[in-house]
Ligand binder design. Structure first.
Ligand SMILES: Cc1ncc(COP(=O)(O)O)c(C=O)c1O
Length: 319
């Protein structure tokens, strides 16, 4: 007889790092500048993010009193909102103030991840057309205690059957909340019992994973897909900047799965998980099957870079 009570298999690394942190039970969340306890943090059923995923977002990380690449995240949020023709987009300074106030109210200065969401706002009645939006954007600042979500030692990935959008469908330069193709890819990774799924572009080249960018290491050089179909991630940009600074050759080009399987090393990059070694892809062991020296060096350099170039929290004096 089938056992219906069996809990679904979830990759161990994921469940270990993503269980509910008790410190997050009573956090305060900012909705349109108003701080409310987590249990009461609600938005309207008429909000555009509920009606059509019509919103843009950023994931930010706080390192010892500093927010990594804060100005660049705010710029990307505003560019995404502008591309979607949102009205009355809040300025960087307005958003900055709300983010700082949220962190201060929660006493968060480290090991914190912030999910910043800007939706097109409330509609006067349900429907798709932005003409129904007449009262400006909704801004949500959700700050949580959250150390990097992937293990430093490495993860296994599979390739998803779901493709990333092309610019002909939905431009990956817009960091939007229409995440269903990435979610379908994440489900494939869950079913396969691995941490993440590599997504190809429409031409079959590697684009990124469902939630991170990807780098290969070959003969000491870094290789990463062109940002045609992937999100041009800010951590990806940091890795490229670090490579330039340290005279490591880094090339953006089309990359095939064969190049991933036969790379010396591979790693993913993203604000949520920082740099994470990829040890196995579609059952092929990558390089030695352990974190490689280039990946380890860049993990360390990235943490230093994220902190050194971070924007200081004005309420935190211990710098
Ligand atoms: C699909 C996807 N790729 C890559 C990234 C990494 O981007 P970043 O380095 O700016 O966090 C993200 C993060 O939001 C993402 O959602």
């Amino acid at each position: 007889m089938r056992n219906y009570s069996r809990t679904p298999f979830v990759h161990k690394m994921e469940t270990d790092v993503q269980s509910l942190d008790p410190r997050n039970r009573d956090i305060l969340v900012s909705i349109n500048g108003k701080l409310v306890p987590r249990a009461e943090a609600r938005i309207s059923v008429f909000d555009s993010v509920v009606q059509g995923g019509d919103a843009v977002w950023e994931g930010l990380r706080v390192y010892r009193g500093r927010i990594a690449a804060f100005a660049a995240h705010l710029q990307r949020l505003q560019n995404s909102a502008k591309a979607l023709a949102f009205a009355s987009i809040p300025s960087s300074d307005e958003i900055r103030k709300v983010v700082f106030a949220t962190l201060e109210a929660n006493g968060m200065t480290d090991q914190t991840h912030i999910r910043l969401t800007l939706s097109r706002g409330e509609k006067i009645t349900s429907g798709m057309n932005p003409r129904l939006n007449q009262s400006g954007c909704t801004l949500i600042v959700l700050a949580e205690w959250k150390p990097p979500v992937y293990a430093d030692s490495g993860i296994e990935v599979i390739t998803s059957s779901i493709r990333r959008n092309t610019t002909q469908c939905l431009d990956s330069k817009i960091h939007h909340n229409n995440l269903l193709n990435n979610i379908l890819a994440a489900i494939e990774a869950n079913v396969a019992g691995v941490a993440s799924a590599v997504m190809l572009d429409i031409n079959g080249f590697i684009s990124e994973t469902n939630d991170t960018n990807i780098f290969l290491v070959r003969d000491g050089k870094l290789l990463t897909p062109l940002a045609d179909s992937c999100l041009p991630g800010l951590t990806r940009q940091m890795v490229l900047d670090i490579a330039l600074e340290h005279h490591v050759i880094a090339i953006e080009k089309n990359l095939s799965l064969t190049e991933l399987y036969t790379a010396d090393e591979a790693f993913t990059s993203g604000t949520m998980g920082e740099l994470t070694p990829v040890l196995k892809a579609d059952g092929r062991v990558i390089g030695s099957g352990r974190r490689g020296p280039v990946t380890e060096r860049f993990q360390e350099l990235h943490r230093q870079h994220a902190y050194q170039h971070g924007e200081a929290l004005p309420f935190w004096s211990n710098q």
